[in-house]
Write a protein that binds this ligand. Structure first.
Ligand SMILES: O=c1ccn([C@@H]2O[C@H](COP(=O)(O)OP(=O)(O)O[C@H]3O[C@@H](CO)[C@H](O)[C@H]3O)[C@@H](O)[C@H]2O)c(=O)[nH]1
Ligand SMILES: [Mn+2]
Length: 391
């Protein structure tokens, strides 16, 4: 068994004026904010009004002897590489080094229902009216309301204020399904790949689209870890960010890999993935030339990975995210191992990740719901799709 003892846990050091609208106490106890960092986390000062009531899990990448300065008044745990090695032992090899993928260690050690993960160069954005966007609050709203993966609502998220299901939307599908993931977006520097950044270095995203939509069942999407929230109890075991960075052939595909696994598993379990608001302000692009080197293999591999994920089918016995993930890891080895030996290693790392997950989150502590047996009054078409078990 692992023993968790982060090198630093701080409590509120000095009374600070409460944020304008403090979260309900229950909610504050249901969310961990996970931040991967290889620098300081001064950016938290800009988020204080929204983040201070919450617990932070800071995953320090790079040199563990470097002291990461955290602004006073935040309640946080900080884990560096020494902690990861101490807590996971030989299994620590599944947590990437020198890549933002290390953030998934924070998902592993959290005990909360919801995770919000954000990069340390992401700041509070303003909506078109000039109001600061409380990204965390919007993510929780997205996660707390159902998704509609089986039938697209053209007025987008029907559960948002001022919206609803449009005419022709089957009433048998209006209950929706639980939401596993809320994928937020970015103003200023969008999460582009290196080639796009290289050819469009001056591109800045100024377009604020006030919409949230469920990504339809069967559709994949390129998940970014920059501004992301999820229900840890529903899909946490599938949120592994893979083997990236140091001594790995690819980098900067961590969140995409996780997103493809999460989406096929969410489709199988009958839970939803939303994308859209909230926006954050992404302040800087990392070095596009270095990123091109890191991404190169991934750019070629993804042309083989997408057909693989589009063809994934999971057995009916897979009624939890863990079981789905283990079955998926076998398919990765069988079908992607021939693309590159890296995928055999990744398949093993997926199994190691689940072992870590189960050891740090023993079933008694997990209120992970078994697959949501689709008790929905399903429309015939959707029922037919489901009975084929096709993703
Ligand atoms: O070796 C590293 C490098 C970075 N980090 C931390 O990860 C995030 C993202 O880093 P950064 O903002 O420098 O890179 P971006 O290109 O803007 O990030 C996007 O690409 C993905 C990188 O793989 C990332 O998920 C996307 O958001 C920061 O918090 C860095 O401090 C790290 O931990 N280790
Ligand atoms: Mn960034």
């Amino acid at each position: 068994m692992f023993s968790l003892s982060p090198i630093e846990t701080t409590t509120m050091l000095e009374p600070t004026p409460p944020p304008s609208s403090p979260p309900p106490s229950t909610l504050k106890d249901e969310v961990d904010i996970v931040i991967p960092t290889i620098r300081n986390v001064d950016f938290l000062e800009k988020w204080r009004a929204f983040f201070e009531p919450y617990h932070l899990i800071i995953v320090q990448d790079g040199d563990p002897s470097k002291v990461i300065k955290v602004p006073q008044g935040f309640n946080y745990e900080l884990y560096n590489r020494n902690d990861i090695n101490r807590i996971l032992g030989s299994k620590a090899s599944c947590i990437s080094i020198k890549d933002s993928a290390c953030r998934c260690f924070g998902f592993l050690v959290s005990k909360k229902k919801y995770i919000f993960t954000i990069d340390d160069d992401c700041f509070v954005a303003k909506d078109p009216s000039g109001k600061d966007i409380n990204a965390l609050e919007q993510h929780i709203k997205n996660l707390a309301t159902p998704s509609t993966p089986y039938f697209f609502n053209t007025l987008y998220d029907p559960y948002r204020e001022g919206a609803d299901f449009v005419r022709g939307y089957p009433f048998s599908l209006r209950e929706g399904v639980p939401t596993a993931v809320s994928h937020g977006l970015w103003l200023n520097i969008a999460d582009y790949d290196a080639p796009t950044h290289l050819v469009k270095p001056l591109d800045r995203n100024k377009r604020y689209v006030d919409a949230v939509m469920t990504i339809p069942r069967g559709a994949l999407f390129p998940m970014s870890g920059m501004n992301l929230a999820f229900n840890r109890e529903l899909i946490g075991p599938a949120m592994y960010f893979g083997l990236m960075g140091d001594s790995q052939p690819a980098g900067r595909y961590a969140s995409m890999w996780a997103g493809w696994c999460v989406k096929v598993i969410s489709d199988h379990l009958g839970i939803g993935v939303k994308t859209g608001v909230p926006y954050i302000w992404h302040s800087k692009a990392s070095n596009a030339f270095l990123n091109l080197k890191r991404e190169l293999k991934g750019i070629f591999w993804q042309e083989e990975l997408i057909p693989f994920f589009q063809s994934v089918s999971l057995s009916k016995e897979c009624d939890t995210a863990q079981k789905c993930y283990i079955e998926l890891s076998k398919q990765v080895r069988d079908k992607l191992g021939k693309v590159d030996d890296y995928f055999n290693k990744l398949s093993d790392a997926m199994v190691t990740w689940i072992q870590c997950w189960d050891e740090l989150n023993p079933p008694s502590s997990q209120s992970q719901s078994q697959v949501l047996s689709l008790s929905l009054p399903l429309h015939d078409d959707a029922a037919i799709i489901l009975s084929n078990g096709s993703a």
